[in-house]
Design a protein around this ligand. Structure first.
Ligand code: BES
Ligand code: ZN
Ligand code: ZN
Length: 525
């Protein structure tokens, strides 16, 4: 494959303007309570006297995602999209605006408009842009057949050729470099989606490492890639065990960003990087194996976040770490019953080779722990159980520091990445007890997301604050939802990772509170 460092999807150009512009299509966003007060809607009603009647007749109530369109004149289309209730919780209001922007723009795009002005999005400029950039995304690489561009394909053909090329964002607020920041962020998120959407016959441990290395070179990140021999030498028994069944050997990737000045903090991002998860000898049933190209989503988010970090250059040291493996059954694959030794010296009894992610992640944690970081956050499509617990669209947050876990949880939700805490429980610990090793790699049928997290916690040094995000659900969509109007990879986690570094730079999270908690925890047993 051609190694890429940018998303194949081109973002529309954005121009900010204080005053309305003359373009063929306008999209007006409005809260439910403001339908009658919106100056933009009032203006239409002055031009078309029956307007409010028609709006009411159409059933438009300003509910989130409600859409109404009208031709003011043969060359002026106006569309209105609902933001929902004004007194919704902050994070949900923002989410509704993202969705409104995406739904409205997609509708106008499908009607053939390539230039649209956004009205009524003041105070929500960031969300309007996120909705646009992420909502318009598509992955068409394997559907565009050379020389047949004009021909209808089975899934829409011509319709899908339409594109929004330019957006005028109308706002009187001074929004500084917001547009370029959101562009960098969403381009990276779409880049992560592109890589996730690439199948296992294209992205394997080798090509995933090549992508990371190309990004590092282009954007000026430190990069070291360890091959199978070096992985074995470092004692990464988890990575070896998971990678040894594949014809393509594993790669261990370390990217880093170090600021010129003394860093305000040091953090490592770790991503699960199983380029395809067949389950190994504990083979998955056919139906569960489909979509398992998604199992590298954590690493894709890490690569994308590192790409943003390289561009925004925070005064924080940031490491991106992942162990790329393909989990395959073969004569060289690890077996159930195998006992392996992790980089930190602890032993694991492998009961189920399909619980492979955690085996690679604990070696990555051991590696990251030696980099002098104070915090680790890992992103992993780790358990089906997390999807059972929280549904498809919410990530599970776990970790060894409740303060840090809640900090990440609140941060992610504000950014449109839904997540919620799953509590560790000492009473579940016995499920992981092994008769032969320090620990075994799976519990029983209950609380699978939590026991997976608790398994990993055993490999995290106490002096490091660690949060684990189980993104098995929200990393990949089999249905269009909200402003994600393309099935497949979502790039979940990119925004949270990047924003975390920015908050650490501003000193918005301090771990002193947490230390107190930790003491309390040990006092309470
Ligand atoms: N990659 C899967 C988890 C997964 C499942 C992600 C569905 C996204 C959608 C992981 O490696 C896995 O197979 N987990 C097992 C754990 C079990 C063997 C304890 C699972 O969830 O069934
Ligand atoms: Zn698995
Ligand atoms: Zn997996």
């Amino acid at each position: 494959m051609k190694i890429i460092t940018e998303s194949l999807f081109q973002l529309p150009e954005v121009q900010v303007s204080e005053k309305k512009v003359k373009v063929p299509a306008s999209l007006i966003g409005v809260f439910r309570e403001d339908i009658k007060d919106s100056p933009h809607i009032k203006e239409i009603s002055r031009k078309i006297h029956t307007f409010y009647e028609r709006l009411e007749k159409s059933g438009f109530k300003g509910k989130e995602g409600d859409f109404f369109e009208i031709d003011i004149s043969p060359d002026e289309k106006i569309a209105i999209v609902g933001f929902g209730k004004k007194d919704e919780q902050d994070w949900l209001r923002k989410e509704n605006v993202r969705r409104a922007s995406a739904i409205g723009l997609l509708n106008l795009r499908n009607r053939g408009f390539d230039t649209v002005q956004l009205l009524g999005f003041e105070d929500y400029e960031r969300e309007a842009l996120e909705g646009a950039f992420l909502g318009l995304y598509e992955f068409r690489k394997y559907r565009e057949i050379k020389g047949q561009e004009k021909q209808e394909d089975q899934s829409g053909g011509e319709e899908e050729k339409k594109k929004i090329k330019k957006i005028y964002l109308i706002t009187e607020r001074k929004i500084g470099n917001l547009v370029s920041y959101v562009k960098i962020l969403c381009e990276a998120q779409n880049f992560a989606r592109d890589i996730v959407n690439e199948p296992g016959n294209v992205i394997n441990p080798q090509t995933l490492a090549e992508i990371a290395s190309a990004v590092a070179e282009k954007y000026g990140l430190g990069c070291e890639i360890f091959d199978f021999e070096q992985i074995k030498k470092m004692g990464m028994g988890g990575v070896v065990a998971v990678g040894q069944g594949s014809a393509i050997p594993p790669k261990f990737v370390h990217l880093w960003w170090k600021p010129d000045k003394k860093p305000k903090d040091r953090i490592a991002y770790i991503g699960k990087a199983i380029t395809f998860d067949s389950g190994g000898l504990s083979l998955k049933p056919q139906q569960s194996m489909v979509t398992m190209k998604l199992d590298k989503s954590g690493a894709c988010a890490v690569i994308a976040a590192m790409k943003v970090i390289a561009q925004i250059k925070p005064e924080v040291e940031v490491h991106g770490v992942f162990a790329a493996c393909e989990n395959m059954p073969s004569g060289t694959a690890q077996r159930p019953d195998d006992i392996i030794k992790i980089m930190d010296g602890k032993t694991v009894e492998v009961v189920n080779t399909d619980a492979e992610g955690r085996l690679t992640l604990i070696d990555a944690i051991a590696f990251a722990s030696r980099l002098g970081v104070s915090k680790i956050i890992d992103l992993a499509t780790l358990t089906g159980a997390c999807i059972v617990a929280l549904g498809e669209y919410t990530a599970g947050v776990m970790g060894n520091s409740e303060d840090f876990a809640w900090f990440i949880c609140n941060l992610g939700r504000q950014l449109g990445e839904k997540m919620w805490i799953l509590p560790f429980d000492k009473d579940l610990d016995e499920k992981l007890k092994s008769d032969f090793a320090f620990v075994k790699n799976v519990g029983d049928g209950y609380g699978g997301a939590v026991t997976a997290g608790m398994f990993m916690e055993k490999f995290v040094p106490e002096n490091i604050e660690w949060v684990h995000l189980d993104i098995a659900g929200p990393a990949f969509l089999t249905k269009k939802i909200g402003y994600f109007q393309a099935k497949g990879g979502t790039g979940f986690g990119v925004r949270t990772l990047v924003e975390l570094a920015r908050r650490l730079e501003k000193g918005e999270y301090s771990s002193s509170k947490n230390k107190k908690n930790k003491n309390q925890k040990s006092k309470n047993g």
